[in-house]
Each structure stands twice: as structure tokens, then as C-alpha cells.
Design a protein around this ligand. Structure first.
Ligand SMILES: [Zn+2]
Ligand SMILES: [Zn+2]
Length: 345
């Protein structure tokens, strides 16, 4: 049996096409998932334009933000059966033996391979998923929103686990892409106020969405002096700066804006190596925190928040399309016309 799938076939710009591939065979501990919806990640777009900063095993089926219905369960699978509605975490392969795996931080396993770059992902009718990656979802949560659990989990882990936000904290989010906007929403839910979201002139629509998600101040750095805005709110600087820009350079900006004894959390990354003045890190006693992916408890939280629509997920999805429309779905995100595209295979 074959199926159509969005495949990255080479490490070159735009080496992505809709191809016929085999429906995967599953092992005893896997399920075969009928994909209900898969959202397009900034990282899928980076891979399609070959501007990513992680190793990709080509050819590979793209897509790691997905949910669906269990079509078949392997013999050793106990808690999931045919017909169950689920979403899947992204750590498709981990060693299961190292200290991080054994302490539930398997997302940081050095041998981790994720869907959509390390193993075949979900931009297809069917995807093979180890049952340990799955979470049940309530019937009240449609797949078109449930697939957003993954970027929600990235943002929740960055803002609510790896960062400390108290009600009334001045939080600045650099970069109003999908992750930046979800980080802003999580910060708002955690009580950040003021909440400053920062972008460029081309981000006008995204900044308006940030306002809907709870931002109290929007700054276009091409028109306004960000430092003046932040110092106007608190002369000492921001309690927390989240760099979700997906670039390396803004670490400089984050270290300049953060107050003494404050925190910088970096969630976006890029292949660019840039010289950065890290002296404020020491001089201001700043806590610099990287944030990568997510694990089981984070997923349970975000599924609940999504089901309750507490994160206003409808504000994020700008385009829903069948798999054949993948090219436009990617381009619309790449060009900033929509925040998030969702494919329904
Ligand atoms: Zn993602
Ligand atoms: Zn491990």
C-alpha cells in the first residue's frame, strides 16, 4: 500500500515534493496512526528552504505536529487501541537507558531522533508512532486544534517550566512567530503584565494577534526604540526576556534589556554564528536558559489548556488545507501571511 506524503528529498532549498511512499509497517510497540491533522512548523519551513540548524536524514516525510486516530495497534501496546483519538509527542526515537531517559527528560536524550527530520513524520495519511509518544485527547478537541499541542508544549516548557514568571512581572518576547506568540500567550496566562511583544514592520498582523493573546505593549523595532519602551515600564529592565526570534543576534538585545538578577530564555535558534557581548550575563547576574522541546507532563497540561481554549488557538491558525496544498501552506507561513497553517491529509 502506498500513500501521498510531503517528502524532503535533499539538503537543498526547496527540495520538497508530494511523493508516493509506502504506508509504514509497525512494530509490536507502535501504532499506525491515521493522521487527522498536522500543522506546519517553522522548522518544516526552515527545512524546506534549507535554513535549518539540525541534521536531517533525507529522504524524510515532514511533519511533527500532529494528531489522529489509531488505525492499528501493535501486539505489545496496552493503553491505546483502534479508534482512539490521540496526539503524539515528537521524540520518535530515544535510547531509553541514559540518565535523561530514566528521569523523564527523554526529550534531551543525546540519541533522540524526532519525527520529520530523524524519522518519517506525519505529512501523510498514515504515520508509525511508538505508543510511548501518545496522549489521549478529549472528543471536544478537534484534530485541527489538537495538532497545535506540540508548539504549545514548546511554549509552555519555555515560559512555564524553564522560566519563572510571577503575576505582575515585566516580560518581553522577541519575535512574534508562532512560537513567540504562543510564548506570549503562556506568559499572559502565567500573569505577565506588562507583556511586551517585539517585531519588525513586516510583523504588523502578527503583532495585532499578540494583542489578542494578551500583550499589553507591541513594539515595531523599525519605528520605536525598544530599550526606551522597556525602561519606561521599569527603569531596571525586564524581569524576563524570551528570545523566540529564531535568530542568534537578538541574544545581545535580550542581555541588554534584562534587569539585574533577571532571566533570559532562548527558545529560537539558527545556524548563524554571531559575536555577542556576554558580559551583561555576569555583570547583571543574569540567568540564561535554553529551552528545547517538552516532555510528558507538559503535554498533559497543554492538551487541557487547548481543550479549554485557554490559549485562544483559533487566533493562531490562518490556513487549513488538504495535503496537496502543502506548497501554499508553507509559503503562506514563510511570507508571514499566516501565523500557522494546518494540513488535513
Ligand atoms: Zn514544531
Ligand atoms: Zn536516552
Amino acid at each position: 500500500m502506498t500513500q501521498a506524503a510531503v517528502v524532503q528529498y535533499a539538503l537543498e532549498p526547496l527540495a520538497v515534493e508530494l511523493r508516493d511512499v509506502a504506508v509504514p509497517e509497525i512494530g509490536d510497540a507502535d501504532v499506525l496512526l491515521r493522521v487527522g491533522a498536522v500543522s506546519v512548523c517553522g522548522s518544516d519551513v526552515h527545512q524546506a528552504y534549507n535554513t535549518h540548524s539540525w541534521p536531517v536524514n533525507v529522504p524524510v516525510v515532514l511533519g511533527h505536529e500532529f494528531g489522529g486516530t489509531v488505525a492499528r495497534a501493535g501486539r505489545a501496546v496496552k493503553h491505546f487501541r483502534e479508534g482512539d483519538r490521540v496526539v503524539s509527542e515528537t521524540a520518535a526515537e530515544v535510547c531509553g537507558e541514559c540518565m535523561l531517559c530514566r528521569t523523564g527528560r527523554y526529550n534531551l536524550c543525546p540519541t533522540r531522533k524526532g519525527f520529520g527530520y530523524g524519522v518519517d513524520g506525519a505529512m501523510a495519511s498514515y504515520v508509525k508512532v511508538p505508543a510511548r509518544c501518545l496522549h489521549h485527547i478529549p472528543d471536544s478537541l478537534p484534530f485541527e486544534l489538537a495538532c497545535l499541542a506540540e508548539p504549545h508544549a514548546v511554549a509552555y516548557n519555555a515560559m512555564c517550566v524553564n522560566s519563572t514568571i510571577r503575576p505582575g512581572d515585566l516580560v518581553v518576547v522577541l519575535g512574534p512567530g508562532p512560537i513567540g506568540l504562543l510564548c506570549a500567550r503562556m506568559a499572559a496566562l502565567a500573569g505577565a503584565d506588562p507583556l511586551v511583544v517585539v517585531g519588525l514592520s513586516g510583523d504588523a498582523a502578527r503583532l495585532e494577534t499578540a494583542r489578542r493573546l494578551g500583550a499589553t505593549h507591541l513594539v515595531n523595532v523599525e519605528q520605536e526604540n525598544l530599550n526606551d519602551v522597556v525602561r519606561g515600564l521599569n527603569p531596571l529592565g525586564a524581569d524576563l526576556v524570551c528570545d523566540a526570534s529564531g535568530a542568534s543576534r537578538p541574544l545581545d538585545v535580550a542581555l541588554a534589556l534584562v534587569r539585574p538578577d533577571g532571566q533570559v530564555t532562548k527558545v529560537g535558534w539558527s545556524p548563524d554564528l554571531v559575536p555577542v557581548n556576554i558580559n551583561p550575563l555576569v555583570q547583571k547576574n543574569v540567568r540564561l536558559q535554553g529551552s528545547f522541546s517538552h516532555n510528558y507532563p507538559v503535554w498533559e497540561r497543554v492538551i487541557h489548556l487547548l481543550d479549554r481554549r485557554r490559549t485562544l488557538p483559533d487566533a493562531i491558525v490562518g490556513l487549513t488545507s488538504p495535503l496537496a496544498g502543502w506548497r501554499e501552506a508553507f509559503a503562506a507561513m514563510h511570507e508571514g501571511r499566516v501565523i500557522k497553517s494546518v494540513l488535513v491529509p
